[in-house]
Design a protein around this ligand. Structure first.
Ligand SMILES: Nc1ncnc2c1ncn2[C@@H]1O[C@H](COP(=O)(O)OP(=O)(O)OP(=O)(O)O)[C@@H](O)[C@H]1O
Length: 611
């Protein structure tokens, strides 16, 4: 290979090679350098050779000259030897020169190689520099774009802070308004509190006045009631009648208080004393007095009198206790026959129809249960305990038609198992129908009230009603018992509107049952006597409207004169039941008397109006 290097090599600006060389060599080049070198120097070879030639020519000239001068062989030889030595010397010199040149050549070559390596490095560096410059350019671009983004962000930030400032200003305004409003609210609250305390003071004053007025009204009512409806007893009389509230005379205990058996004016009575802890008792006292002094019915308990001083109510005494006691056969009491039970069902139904159709105020009993059905002589049943009953104004309905929509809003007060499950603060006549249904089922079965509907329903479904009928009642006529069971269950319907109507549905079934049960029919119930004299105003003996009604030992009310005559003529039995009377004392029936008088007044008024 022939290499012609450039005249000047520059690395980083430094000259590394100078000269003008022409060389022939048999060398092998690689990128890393020279692997083998075989150089022949052409330029100076000619001058070397010429000096050798020149030496040989000089030797020859010398030989000629010395042969000429000395003409002898020894001298020539000597001169030749001298010359040869010189030639050898010259050759050695030439050889040394050649070696020197070769060395210089090698140095030059090495320098060249170095220059090549440097050049390569330079190219690489240059390439790297280009790449770096490109990267730098890209980075610069990126930086510029980031800068512009940053500028934008800064602008946005600036805008946002301006907005924030504006919002803060806006917020500050409502805050101020809120503070102002709060101040106003506070002052309004202060005014309200002042007004409230004034109102409370006024309300207290008003309540006081109302209570005073009510008390005055009650006092007036009481005094007018005293005059015609009941006898007033003193506390001393009550105390004496109960033998100083002797426990042995206590016959019952209820929500209102204790009930004592007692003797007042030689008459056996039941005295209901208010329990000291019963704060609602005063209300109940007036309510019961109010109802029982105005409403009369043979199957409603008769109130004989009261002792307002002791909050005591005095009733006719019921020797046969309550229906509850009887159904439980308490203290070995003889059980009630199915006939008596049937009659009791019809009597209580009649009493309820009477209460519900009362005019102008419908009366909802609200606490119907066997404990509040008292049994007099011959087991005539009477509804008692009107302490929580409700009077609903019934101005639109006629006296005969029971109301369908009237209701009274109250807290639940009755006994749970007898309470209308639909009761949600509204008491209507349907509530009494429900309780009556439970009583009907109890008359049939004598089992506890709670869950009785399910027991009877199951028995009916299985066709074995007979298994749940109270065997102590005797042999129930099965068809009648089944009819009563169905009636009882219908009364206990959850939905009020599905319960039967007492007057149109129940009474139609119960009245014929009562007759077929063999109960004396001479004492007709008021139900259905529309336009006529109520049957219970009539004396069963004289068959006239009573003027001085009195209760006899058999529990029925007679005209006093008629019964006295009956007894004086030697009779010791009841004119109604033909059974022996336990005693011959008569208790005035004030309530019935005032009802008759009121009825008479109305009749006269109607008569004079029609004239
Ligand atoms: N006139 C009466 N003759 C005989 N016993 C009576 C008489 N009145 C009440 N009793 C008996 O006293 C018991 C309690 O009476 P009553 O139910 O009237 O009291 P109460 O305090 O009104 O009870 P509650 O409000 O819880 O029904 C009755 O179950 C009954 O056994």
């Amino acid at each position: 290979m022939t290499v012609t290097p450039r005249s000047t090599l520059t690395t980083g600006g430094d000259d590394i090679w100078e000269g003008d060389l022409t060389r022939h060599s048999n060398s092998t080049w690689t990128d890393d350098g020279l692997s083998s070198v075989s150089l022949s120097i052409t330029k100076d070879q000619s001058s070397e050779d010429s000096s050798i030639l020149q030496s040989e020519e000089g030797l020859h000239a010398y030989q000629v000259q010395s042969e000429a001068s000395y003409g002898g062989e020894g001298l020539v030889k000597y001169q030749l030897q001298q010359t040869m030595e010189e030639v050898n010397k010259a050759k050695q010199e030439a050889y040394k020169e050649s070696l020197k040149r070769q060395k210089a050549e090698m140095a030059a070559f090495e320098a060249y190689m170095k220059a090549r390596r440097l050049e390569k490095l330079y190219i690489e560096e240059k390439q790297q520099r280009g790449e770096l410059e490109e990267a730098l350019r890209m980075t610069t671009l990126e930086v510029q774009s980031l800068k512009s983004q940053r500028d934008k962000n800064l602008e946005e930030l600036q805008r946002m802070s301006e907005q924030r400032l504006a919002i803060e200003i806006q917020i500050a305004k409502p805050k101020q308004t809120v503070e102002e409003l709060e101040e106003k609210l506070q002052s309004a609250q202060n005014v309200t509190e002042c007004l409230q305390s004034e109102r409370d003071a006024l309300k207290r004053e008003c309540d006081k006045v109302v209570i005073e007025a009510e008390n005055m009204l009650k006092a007036v009512t009481l005094s007018s009631q005293r005059a015609c409806c009941f006898t007033e007893f003193t506390y001393t009389e009550i105390k004496k009648a109960t033998n100083n509230f002797n426990d042995s005379l206590k016959i019952g205990e209820g929500g209102y208080g204790s009930v004592y058996k007692g003797f007042l004016h030689h008459t056996k009575v039941a005295i209901k004393m208010l329990h000291p802890d019963n704060y609602q008792g005063h209300e109940e006292f007036y309510r019961e007095l109010n109802v029982l002094s105005k409403v009369r019915h043979p199957n409603l308990v008769t109130l004989i009198g009261a002792c307002p001083e002791a909050w005591a109510l005095v009733y006719e005494f019921f020797p046969n206790g309550s229906l509850e006691d009887r159904l439980k056969c308490k203290d070995g009491m003889t059980p009630l026959t199915w006939q008596v039970r049937t009659r009791i069902a019809s009597e209580i139904c009649a009493a309820l129809i009477f209460l519900h159709s009362n005019h102008p105020q419908t009366i909802i009993h609200g606490n119907l249960k066997p404990g509040n059905i008292l049994l007099g002589a011959n087991f005539v049943s009477k509804l008692s305990d009107f302490g929580i009953c409700h009077l609903l104004h019934n101005l639109t309905n006629s006296p005969e038609s029971p109301p369908t929509t009237l209701c009274h809003c109250t807290d639940p007060k009755g006994t749970f198992a007898y309470m209308d499950p639909e009761f949600s603060g509204e008491l209507t006549h349907h509530s009494d129908v429900y309780s009556f249904g439970v009583i009907l089922l109890q008359l049939l079965t004598a089992i506890p009230a709670f869950g009785i509907q399910k027991v009877v329903q199951d028995a009916l479904d299985k066709g074995n009603l007979i298994t749940v009928l109270d065997v102590l009642a005797g042999e129930w006529p099965f068809v009648q018992a089944k009819q009563l069971a169905h009636l009882g269950l219908r009364c206990c319907e959850m939905d009020r509107n599905n319960r039967p109507d007492l007057a149109s549905e129940l009474w139609r079934v119960l009245e014929p049952m009562k007759v077929s049960a063999g109960v004396p029919s001479s004492f007709r119930l008021a139900v259905g006597d529309s336009g006529c004299v109520p049957s219970y105003f009539m004396c069963p003996i004289f068959q006239e409207i009573m003027r001085d009604p009195h209760i006899a030992a058999d529990g029925y009310t007679y005209e006093a004169e008629a019964l006295k005559g009956w007894l004086e003529s030697g009779n010791e039995t009841s004119p109604m039941t033909s059974l022996k009377l336990s005693h011959q004392q008569l208790v005035p029936n004030h309530a019935l008397r005032s009802a008759i008088e009121e009825w008479r007044r109305q009749q006269q008024q109607q008569l004079s109006e029609s004239c």
